[in-house]
Design a protein around this ligand. Structure first.
Ligand code: PMP
Length: 401
């Protein structure tokens, strides 16, 4: 039985992290990890999270009973309000609700199961490139076909809006279109507001189904409303849509697996029926979600002082990322590294698609112990004031050869 199993392909990002951990070179730099790092290259437990955890630990009214299938209500409603804005007409009218999920990935999986099994969708599109897990999640959830729309323009190191619009135009009706709400992973390139308007127009004309993946709200620009602009614009345009939220990055709760699926419907009764179907899908997958992360996030979002404290934390992270972006660009320009490096500061969020080739990435690893994906994607959080010169000089060498 087991003897005939073929080995699955390794997952590049985890393989790189393993290689990095085994590397004994003192100046090694990890630019591949998908998480925030402090100026000291350390993971960061947000002080507001520590504070809430201390409160929760002392609260003996709490217990370990199961949560409902759809999660902790005070969490899901706060998460949906954070996404759409507390006064969103969709929320006030009861046309938008949240469902607690197992982080962003679990939200995508529930969304995909719902779209495939309950609504019968079979074709899904995501950007080229995208977060590499979209394909696996959607195909495993029952989608028949996974396709890409053009997104990254190699020449401008920006968005190929014409290619994207053409590909959406050519998509069969009722295709599901995955859109990154902000801080596109891996490129760091987001559409501008006018471009979002063009995208919405085609999605409407072609009767496509918009699914937003929101893994970086607040973390991207430091401003929650700004990072939710695209989703809110689509809601204002009366789209029915799904949005998958992750609290891994913006709360630093990576391993607590805390996420939310926001469902926006144009019909309240239909929404109630949709929730009854989602209840069955979740019941059959994992029955009910974990409590801890949901309790932490709900406590922070529902208390004005803690909420402000958390907003300070996301600004700290966003500011450090911006500082490292400008630090890297300044150094590359000062060194006269061939090419234009404006994209390093034009892109937003944790990731930068540097334009470095797979060979250059390999060279950086073998010669300098700098770890990045073959696609040239780097995590800006891997940079610190003390390694910027080292990394910039290494990139200069790799590009100038
Ligand atoms: N979507 C995107 C675009 C992401 O970058 C990530 C995290 N890498 C996720 C979803 C999901 O992350 P998680 O399951 O850890 O919340």
């Amino acid at each position: 039985r087991f003897a005939k199993i073929e080995a699955g392909a390794p997952i590049e990002v985890f393989a790189l992290i393993k290689a990095f951990n085994e590397d004994t070179f003192p100046q090694k730099v990890n630019l591949s990890v998908g998480a925030y790092r402090t100026e000291e290259s350390k993971p960061w437990v947000l002080p507001v999270v520590r504070k809430v955890e201390e409160q929760l630990a002392k609260d003996y009214t709490l217990n370990k009973e199961y949560l409902p299938v759809l999660g902790l209500p005070s969490f899901a409603s706060a998460a949906t309000a954070m996404l759409l804005g507390a006064n969103s007409p969709a929320i006030v009218s009861g046309n938008a609700v949240g469902v607690q999920t197992l982080s962003g990935t679990g939200s995508l999986r529930v969304a995909a199961e719902f779209l495939a099994r309950t609504l019968g969708y079979s074709v899904v599109y995501s950007s080229d490139p995208t977060w590499e897990n979209h394909k696996l999640v959607f195909l495993n959830a029952g989608f028949q076909e996974y396709r890409s729309y053009r997104y990254w323009d190699e020449k401008t190191k920006g968005l190929d809006i014409d290619g994207m619009l053409q590909d959406l135009q050519a998509a069969p009706e009722n295709s599901v279109i995955i859109l990154h709400a902000c801080a596109h992973n891996p490129t760091g390139v987001d559409p501008k507001k006018e471009q979002w308007e063009q995208i919405a127009k085609v999605v409407k004309e072609k009767n496509l189904f918009p699914l937003f993946d929101s893994a970086y709200q607040g973390f991207a620009s430091g401003d929650l409303d700004n990072d939710a602009w695209a989703v809110r614009y689509f809601v204002e345009q009366n789209f029915e849509l799904l949005c998958c939220q992750s609290f891994a990055k913006n709360f630093g709760l990576y391993n607590e697996r805390i996420g939310n699926l926001t469902i926006v419907s144009s019909d309240k009764d239909a929404l109630t029926r949709a929730l009854s179907q989602i209840t069955l899908l979740i019941r059959g997958m994992y029955s009910n979600p974990p409590n801890h992360g949901a309790r932490v996030v709900a406590t922070a979002l529902n208390n004005p002082d803690l909420f402000d404290e958390w907003k300070g934390c996301i600004r700290t992270m966003a500011d450090r990322i911006r500082l490292m972006r400008s630090g890297l660009k300044e150094r590359l320009v000062a060194l006269g590294t061939p090419g234009n490096w404006d994209h390093v500061t034009n892109q937003i969020g944790m990731f930068s698609y540097t334009g470095l080739s797979a060979q250059q990435a390999e060279y950086l690893r073998s010669q300098y112990h700098i770890y990045l994906l073959r696609s040239g994607r780097i995590n800006i959080c891997g940079l610190t004031t003390s390694n910027l010169d080292y990394v910039a000089n290494a990139i200069h060498d790799a590009v100038s050869r």
